[in-house]
Design a binder for this molecule. Structure first.
Ligand SMILES: [Zn+2]
Length: 135
């Protein structure tokens, strides 16, 4: 950091664009404003969405707009559950149900997944690796 003007500079030859922002629990009322600002500043980011935020048309439109601005959409489970508290079938349903919903809105399935509370399970990791949850 340059204390002269408090700006950040890359260390040595480091790529100054290595910062990747991710936003969880989208889309909510701030997501669109965040996306618009990032777009203006040309900052890449992934928006991780939940299904229960996508049950009304207003938020569906927000998701569509964020997607059309070029931001990747990630899966953050349908109802923001702790996967460790669910059985294997329920875990898959949480992921697949949201993938289906997102695909129905923007036409593509999420390529990224982040478990709520960072609470991944062996089963969810295994399923995601095998792409079982994505089809
Ligand atoms: Zn979350």
């Amino acid at each position: 950091m340059d204390k002269e003007n408090w700006s950040f500079k890359p260390i040595g030859d480091a790529n100054p664009k290595v910062v990747l922002l991710t936003f969880d629990d989208a889309p909510d009322k701030y997501s669109l404003a965040i996306a618009q600002t990032l777009k203006r500043l040309e900052v890449p980011a992934i928006f991780f969405v939940n299904g229960h935020f996508l049950e009304n048309d207003e938020n569906k439109a927000v998701l569509k707009e964020i997607h059309e601005m070029g931001f990747p959409i990630g899966n953050h489970t349908y109802s923001h559950v702790n996967l460790k508290e669910l059985n294997e079938k329920e875990q898959e349903r949480e992921i697949v149900k949201l993938n289906n919903l997102v695909e129905g809105i923007i036409g593509v399935r999420p390529k990224y997944f982040r478990a709520p509370f960072g609470s991944n399970t062996e089963h969810s990791k295994k399923s995601l690796r095998k792409k079982k949850c994505w089809s």
